[in-house]
Design a protein around this ligand. Sequence first.
Ligand code: FAD
Ligand code: NAI
Length: 468
Amino acid sequence: MSKYDVAVIGSGPGGYVAAIRCAQLGMKTAIIEKYSTLGGTCLNVGCIPSKALLDSSHHYHDAVAHFEEHGIEIPGDIKVNLEQMMKRKSSVVSQTCDGVKFLMDKNKIDVIQGVGSFEDKTHIKVETSEGESQTIEAKNTIIATGSKPSNLPFIELDKERVITSTEALKLKEIPKHMIVIGGGVIGLELGQVYRRLGAEVTVVEFLDRIIPTMDSALSKELTKVLKKQGVKFHVSTKVKSVERKGDEVIIKADDKKDKEIEIKGDYCLVSVGRRPFTDGLNAEAAGVEIDNKGRIKVDEHLKTAADNIYAIGDVVRGVMLAHKAEEEGTFVAETLAGQKPHIDYNLIPGVVYTWPEVASVGKSEEDLKEEGIKYKSGKFPMRALGRSRASGDLDGLVKILADEKTDEVLGVHMIGARTADLIAEAVTAMEYRASAEDISRMSHAHPTFAEAVKEAALAATDNRALHV
Ligand code: FAD
Ligand code: NAI
């Protein structure tokens, strides 16, 4: 029987990063993955394919809507070749997954393919889909089994027309009308992909605004921009039924005035969140406990109820993001090596990769009000920047929230071109507990979108933004 210092179950961003860090720290490591490719949800059916399609559809939209203004003429019609777009996406995915395999080999990590299930707290049986099995022994185990799409109890996902993100990433045709249930990250990113490619898109959201966990200024601006792009919204609307009739999907819902509405489309994307995944793990055999939301229970060191077993990523409490899973993977590896790592969960940024991009870190205005923290706010509109005018990306704003007395930055919220990258400046500043004035005194290259961060900091410091 093979023996390891550490076995990692699941090869998503949590699992594979944990495995690399364990190997770097000198532990004999194995990674167990039930699928034939490594990388988990993020690389196979999440972050990477969705961004590939966002980028391709963005190029198409630019060609159709903006090239002429830039003086670029394309003779003949500009057409979408969906098959080629999907082919490129698949090749991006496979190159990225192969990259993870390369990293496993480079770090001498044993990759074991099959479903891992506990026999007891130090033995894991790994069974392939062909029924072959082996048992390995591991002093410590890191569970990184991730998540799967959630559903509403009355919806039958036929995975053809009533679909989750996994199917939406490989459609064979552009929907005529895609109905999106859930105005969160997946619904808006994939909704925008198909809107750009020509589909009518209607988003039905249960709460009173889209991206409801982010600062409301971002929801408001994103709603405005997406409406301009032709996306339709029904907020404060409760879906009651989803019915498939041939190629048609019919949705019935109660709107904000409790009036029944009916929406007809040809595809319905259900994107109402994700649930932790522990099927087949046989966690109880190892003494690992699961909470009432299906998450593996962990303490502040990410240790489960079994003292040699840890859990990380989407399968434990907290936001379901790849970079959160990665931080936790590193955290556990370093803990096992006797180090004292730290994660500041308040500083994990959230990004929506629509265009304009939406990015956020720290407390929202709603959080600060709820927590009774006195704050001041500085805002700056993207349209006032020279860089925005040059590129034509005029939508959006940067908002900086700072402590009323100390001026410490408590939250940064932005929507606009390239804010997914700009948010890193805010994370760095907050990690070092910068004040708004600190940011306002740093030189930002001109002309860049980053100047909006400096200007918002100037606005927060003493209402002294320069370019509005
Ligand atoms: P996962 O990536 O889910 O990996 C878990 C792995 O464990 C899987 O490969 C699974 O097969 C394997 N597994 C499960 N059980 C077993 C078992 N018993 N034995 C063996 N293997 C097992 N996050 C971002 O930060 N940025 C984004 O842009 C982003 N975009 C996304 C887009 C979409 C459409 C989706 C669905 C998600 C997106 N996410 C994004 C979320 C991100 O994918 C997850 O937060 C991340 O993948 C979680 O990593 P993980 O390691 O916890 O689990
Ligand atoms: P989400 O939690 O982002 O959004 C779900 C939305 O559905 C919420 O707005 C919620 O209010 C709404 N909703 C819930 N029940 C509903 C109902 N009955 N009717 C109508 N609306 C309802 O979840 P989503 O978009 O499915 O994504 C899942 C996870 O994947 C997220 O937690 C996110 O962290 C991760 N992800 C991250 C991305 C990124 O970082 N860019 C991209 C895509 C996914």
